[in-house]
Structure formats: structure tokens, C-alpha cells
Write a protein that binds this ligand. Sequence first.
Ligand code: TXA
Ligand code: MG
Length: 320
Amino acid sequence: MAEIGTDLQTAIALLEKGELVAIPTETVYGLAGNALSSAAVAKIFDVKQRPTFDPLIVHVPDLAAAERYVREIPEPAKKLAEQFWPGPLTLLLKKRSIIPDLVTAGLDTAGIRCPNHAITRSLLASLSFPLAAPSANPFGYVSPTQAGHVNEQLGGRIPYILDGGSCSVGIESTIVGFENSEPVVYRLGGITIAQIEQVVGPVRVTVNSSSNPKAPGQLKSHYAPRKKVIHSRLSDVIGQLTPAETGIITLGIVNLARPFAHHIVLSPSGTLDEAAQNIFAALRQMDKIDVVKVIVAEPMPNEGLGIAINDRLNRAAAQS
Ligand code: TXA
Ligand code: MG
């Protein structure tokens, strides 16, 4: 198992040697390595068992640092960065050649993000290179939102996990690219479409083009636990379920005519921000309970972070 700790110096020393370190961000934990080193980046793909056609996000301490790695920042991108960085927003920008092609899977754009987590911001500010970091889970599985989640699956393959507690947002960053300087949303995430539109006006959203995904996070089955997931209203499926073998995940407290042994309430007060914080941990927890054969997660209201949570649950359900 990896060592879990809060020692920045340990993380810095390992990263400078080309090793990998799992890092906390406000969205999910990342599996980080020197983004300017092809050898370090190759280790990321290997540890995650990730196909090399799926590009990695490059994490920077601020907008000024981003300018060192990209050729241009279109006006709307600048506005979005100024508004939402540090925060759960990734911008696809034309990369400079200093970023190895392996990072971007040969694409001419790189996903750039400035995460909002104190310890990781200190880490990025202390390093002379940016950090390539996908979510710290095996490819296709649910993203980790606690250090322990990382350790369970990748602990045997990395030396150190920087512990930053539970992630405060809980779902991945929103990905925005630019076509002729027009913003296009490629992945729903921690910043809502409404928030983006407040800054740059109406945007196109193409998160469902899964046949040839620009961002494989858009692949129809992704973010998935091993068990079968059903994403539907409980009242629509309850008659077909065996309570002893079914784990149910609901937004708030519900009173059911038939009790289920395994029931996780994402937010007792029914708030979507809290549900986002807890959704991935809930899927992991259900996946670990032997008697649970099927996970039923009810749809969230289609507003705020509920839209991105529904996107993840749809993809988790597509596996089955
Ligand atoms: O919140 C996040 O974004 C987290 C934390 C660790 O920062 N990272 C994350 O990385 O979710 P990952 O690798 O699990 O998902 C990144 C997604 C992938 O679907 C990838 O295909 C897409 O971003 N992506 C990265 N660079 C891209 C590029 N240049 N063009 C298109 N898609 C890109
Ligand atoms: Mg991921």
C-alpha cells in the first residue's frame, strides 16, 4: 500500500524524481506526474491502465503559468479562467511543444486546469513543472474522492498519496474547448452551464457524441462500479427489485413502503452540492457490499450540479 500523508516535501521530492503522487483536488483525487516528462506521463497511463488515446489534464498554479504551456488563450477562455480559476474548470487550449504529445494523445490542444485545493496549490507553486493528472482510479471506474479510495485500488503501484481530506466538489471539472473562439462544453462538471453562460453567453454543449469522443470521459460507459447500476425513479422499478440484494441511493430522505437493507441518502437536507460530494463514495460503498447485486440511483433534479450527477449516473448505468 502507498504511504498516506500530508508532507509536501515528500510529494515534491518524489515528483522531481519522476515518480507519481496522488493529489487531492476540490473535484476528485488525481494521479499526478511531471507533465513535461514523457517518462513520468507514461507511468500514469500504465498505473491507470489507461489507453494512450485518452489525453490527460495539465494542472497549473495560475493563469500566468498556463500561458507558458499554451500558444494562445482566446478571449472567452481568459474570461472563464479569471472567473472560475482556481476551480473545477478545464480549458482546452492550443499547446506549446514543451508539453509532450503523449499528454494530449497527439491532439494539438491540452486540457489546462488550476485546481482549488490549498495543499495542491502549495505543491504546484513549489514545482518548476506542471502536473499531468487524470482521476486516480483504474480506467473506467468511479473517481476517488478520499485518499483511502485511491489506496484501495492504486496503493500497490504508487509510493505516496497526499491526503487532503474529502473532495469538496466531488465530481470532475467541466471541460470547455473553443471552436473559432466559440466556447463548447465537452464534459459536464463542477461548474454548471448556467455559470459558464453568465460569463460568455450561450454555449454549445456536445457531451454525448460518444461514437468519436473528443473527451473519452464522454464515453457512454464510464465512471462505473462493477455492479449493475439502474438510474431510474424508485417508483418505476421498485416492484421488480429484491430488497435484500438491492442497494438504493437517493438524494434525500424517503419513506419507502418496503425497506431496503442498504440505502444511502446523499444529502439529508436534499441539497445537490452535498449530493455531488457524496455520490462517488456512495457508488464505491455499494460496490463493496457483497449481498448487493444491483445499485439503483434515483435521478437528481435537472438543475445545478444535479445535471452533472445525472450525467455520471447515466454513464455508470450504461455499463450494465
Ligand atoms: O476534475 C478533474 O478534471 C480531475 C482532477 C484530477 O483534475 N481530472 C480528471 O481527469 O477528471 P480524467 O483524465 O479522469 O478526465 C479528463 C478528461 C478525459 O475524458 C480526457 O479525454 C479529457 O479530459 N481531455 C483531456 N485533455 C483533452 C484534450 N486535449 N482534448 C479533449 N479532451 C481532453
Ligand atoms: Mg477520470
